[in-house]
Design a protein around this ligand. Structure first.
Ligand SMILES: CC(C)(COP(=O)(O)OP(=O)(O)OC[C@H]1O[C@@H](n2cnc3c(N)ncnc32)[C@H](O)[C@@H]1OP(=O)(O)O)[C@@H](O)C(=O)NCCC(=O)NCCS
Length: 182
């Protein structure tokens, strides 16, 4: 591995990925999440199946890092907010701790700001990852959280972190996501 590998970042609408790119992204995501946990990460949660944007990081033509963004209108307390859901944050095990995921998160943030429609970025993560996302601008919030699963509104017990984009303050109250999480 070169000392200072050149990471090429591409932002693509998800429906513009070629079959080969989508396959590569799927392989990377499986590798990243299986490698970390030692299992296939089947947590019983139905996650979203389609994203709006893929942030792709390539070294020498090989996909090594990946983030997806999906657009959601959610309810928080009495407000309706447009959210960029950040998910699938993954770097190939051989290319970690080089700042790649951090650079893709920054590219995702730049996209959220340039699109002009988002109030917040929002992600869910394990407790051990909270410091990492905090360093990347996200703030832990503690609103009661509900998602839809198999047609039912159910509580979702995960850490919620948000990134202010439009200048609104994060509201108090129950968070209702009208679909699967991301
Ligand atoms: C998390 C992940 C995307 C980071 O990718 P990366 O390109 O190495 O990220 P960066 O170089 O920007 O940052 C590396 C930092 O991430 C943090 N980090 C990574 N994995 C971590 C873990 N399991 N626990 C706590 N912090 C972790 C650390 O702060 C690390 O820096 P350090 O090792 O110097 O302390 C990568 O480790 C991965 O794919 N993990 C498996 C999938 C996953 O857990 N994704 C996040 C789901 S919320």
């Amino acid at each position: 591995m070169p000392e200072d590998p050149l990471l090429e970042i591409a932002i693509r609408s998800s429906n513009s990925l070629t079959e080969e790119e989508a396959r590569e992204a799927e392989i990377l995501d499986k590798l990243a999440y299986v490698e970390e946990d030692g299992d296939d990460c089947d947590d019983g949660i139905q996650w979203i199946e389609e994203s709006n944007w893929d942030i792709l990081g390539w070294v020498d033509g090989k996909l090594v890092s990946h983030v997806i963004l999906s657009k959601h209108v959610i309810r928080v307390g009495s407000q309706s907010l447009t959210i960029a859901g950040v998910g699938g944050v993954a770097t190939h095990p051989a290319w970690r701790r080089l700042g790649f995921a951090g650079r893709l998160l920054k590219a995702a943030e730049d996209l959220m700001r340039s699109e002009g429609c988002y109030d917040f970025g929002m992600l869910f993560c394990d407790t051990e990852m909270i410091p990492y996302y905090s360093r990347n601008g996200y703030t832990l919030v503690h609103n009661p959280l509900f998602i839809m699963q198999r047609g039912q509104r159910v509580p979702f017990d995960d850490n919620e972190l948000v990134l202010p984009i439009s200048g609104k303050l994060w509201p108090e109250g129950v968070v209702d996501i009208p679909g699967s999480p991301w």
